[in-house]
Ligand binder design. Structure first.
Ligand code: FE
Ligand code: FE
Ligand code: ZN
Length: 293
């Protein structure tokens, strides 16, 4: 099983992220190269990357399973303001260069928000942006994340993801990241996850799935909300999430937790324990507090 969580990318950069992942009992992780909600980025320090690579080898983390997430504020779907669309494209290009330097293979991107334009046009814009970003030289893969359908989000069902993928030129460089909370909120019943995978396989191909965000949801199926809950503390439920994590067809796909913190503390060590033992822990809050106090 390849399991990890969202981790910080602080002053120690990739080394700090890897150390945090190990402290959670994880064998992979996902990071933003700066704050998720802005595009201020510091230079990547090669000495820290070298140390991180050594540390990961010693601690059973395969860098091939490590994921970067692009900030949410970039929007590839709408080019009414040409400047901001171009900024999103150049930012993503830079981000891809930064992670290439670190040897990271995947960057998860939210497809974008249509805002006031037609959804089909928005899907075209996303593909066009990707075609501007990726060249035959590009090493990392862009992973389009399946979205909940909050506001005018794009990529909210298999059809829309497929529309984007079909319009991308270098298809081998674009994949998909499933998010269980987003799927639930977009209208997919996670208790019938295998049916979803069948449809995904038929229309897109299951090999395109390169990452799964494992989150419970605070809202009912189809509410288009996108509010994550801790494993077993939401409407999807622990058993259904365990079945996604242990699904044989996604065995080699990294699973990443993006569940909410308990106050100031990350819940991931306790949640990863739950996953490894396949046993729900009804005292998550207490145990997280005990661990960090
Ligand atoms: Fe995301
Ligand atoms: Fe996600
Ligand atoms: Zn989300």
């Amino acid at each position: 099983m390849i399991i990890g969580s969202h981790v910080n990318f602080g002053s120690e950069q990739l080394l700090g992220s890897a150390k945090q992942a190990v402290s959670f009992g994880a064998n992979t992780f996902m990071f933003y190269t700066g704050a998720p909600q802005n595009t201020i980025r510091k230079d990547i320090k090669d000495d820290l990357t070298d140390e991180a690579i050594k540390y990961m080898k010693e601690n059973n983390i395969d860098i091939n399973n490590v994921i970067c997430h692009a900030p949410y504020i970039i929007n590839l779907a709408n080019k009414e303001k040409e400047d901001s669309w171009n900024f999103s494209i150049s930012f993503l290009k830079n981000e891809i260069n930064r992670i290439t330097k670190m040897g990271i293979n995947y960057i998860v991107v939210h497809p974008g928000n249509a805002l006031k334009i037609d959804r089909m046009e928005a899907l075209n814009n996303i593909a066009e942006a990707i075609n501007n970003i990726i060249t035959t030289e590009t090493m990392p893969m862009i992973l389009l994340e399946t979205m909940a359908g909050k506001g005018t989000e794009c990529g909210i069902n298999i059809y829309e993801i497929n529309e984007i993928l079909n319009k991308v030129n270098l298809k081998e460089k674009v994949g998909v990241c499933l998010d269980t909370c987003h799927l639930n909120d977009s209208g997919i019943d996670i208790s019938k996850f295998d049916e979803y995978l069948n449809e995904f396989d038929e229309k897109i191909g299951i090999e395109k799935i390169k990452c799964v965000h494992v989150n419970d949801s605070k809202n009912e199926i189809g509410t288009h909300k996108d509010r994550h809950a801790n494993l077993g503390y939401g409407t999807i439920g622990f058993e259904n999430l365990i079945n996604v994590i242990y699904n044989a067809r996604l065995k080699n796909v990294p699973k990443i937790l993006e569940t909410p913190w308990i106050g100031e503390y990350p819940p991931y060590k306790i949640e990863i324990d739950m996953i490894k033992s396949k046993k729900f822990n009804p005292n998550l809050e207490e145990e997280v507090n005990k661990l960090y106090e």
